[in-house]
Design a binder for this molecule. Sequence first.
Ligand code: UDP
Length: 406
Amino acid sequence: MRIAVICYHSCPMARLGERDAGGMSVYIRSLAQGLGRQGVQVDVFSRRHDSIDPFIVEMGEGSRLIHVEAGPPEALKTDLPEYIPTFIENVKSFVAEEGTEYDLVHSHYWLSGPVGIALAEEWDKPHVATFHTLAEVKRQARSGMEDPIERSEIERLVAAETDAIVVSDAHERDFLARLYDASPEKVAVVPGGVDIDLFHPRNKEEARRRLGLNGDKVILCVGRLDPLKGVDLTLASAALLEDRNHVTVILVGGDLENDPEAKRLVDLADALGMTDRVRFEGAVPHEDLPWYYSAADLLMVPSYYESFGLVALEAMACGTPVVAARVGGLPSLVKDGETGYLVPWHCPEPFAERLEVLLAHDDLRNTMGKAAYHRAQGMAWESVVERFATLYEDLISREVETKEAV
Ligand code: UDP
């Protein structure tokens, strides 16, 4: 089986935690490498975003990343729709020249959807789409975060034209049906996974020593600095803690020089009198994150929306309890009162109350951390990869049967 994966707008091998490189990059990278290891040939096509990157990058056994020319490498995300036709033509030429034949096309994110539609039509093969996030869902979660006007229309078109849509959580199937008229029969729910070889509990004392932490309680947040992540709520709730002078808030992720959200959060920490309690780490290499999760007393995920919430699963795999907003896919990961807490309101007081309880009780944190660890063990990437391989095989054989019947 040979699969063409389309990730037009963001390179899956880019530095994580900055700009658009987050959960989707980890997801595509893990899936491509995992499928490659299981004998599926995977080519990931992404827009050339850096003129010095090699044209073809080996991602691992059986998986390649191909950087395709389409517009200037430094093009802004807002200008990317303009270069989609060039990208499609250049993928077609590359594939024709190499003489490669794909059995299926899998597109990721709305910008890749039209590419997936065009290539699947050209090659007469099935097309699977994964949206990761949807414009209408984001709009409902936090108004004022407007996407390009054409995004919803394109998502609607992709939802109608593709052979299958993969979502990470059942709530997205309902959204797709309700907001995009997508037929629920073609939506497959495949939860994301975690690399349990990388994310496992490390010695807490060593983790704290490595990060230069003292005996303070540690609240951790990990993710791109995007207003949708609600990191302001972490700062505001930590500021309400009775023992706030013995708490360190660590914010991992973001480009501290260039992200407008970074400046907003620095100003907020100052306004709350929390500047000396907050550490802005910027983007941290994925491989170093287990030390952060292990050093922390808890991970806070106060997002306004998360389609899945990989960071929650990574923290759990490291034995760290999670205090999360009750939104999107997070309730499927975090079991309230068992592996952490779910908070249904986006205001600091109820979050602070949960932080207070968890930080004050070592036994409770240990028990919840252990339960979180055990829950994460059932969600290793290997099982996710197997489910994808089965889904692809079914779609490919269905396509063959349909053609034979005609
Ligand atoms: N991440 C990272 N370094 C950072 C910040 C984030 O490696 O500095 C990774 C993190 O480990 C996780 C992903 O980026 O795997 C974020 O995924 P999530 O689903 O939580 O958020 P998304 O980016 O999809 O909104």
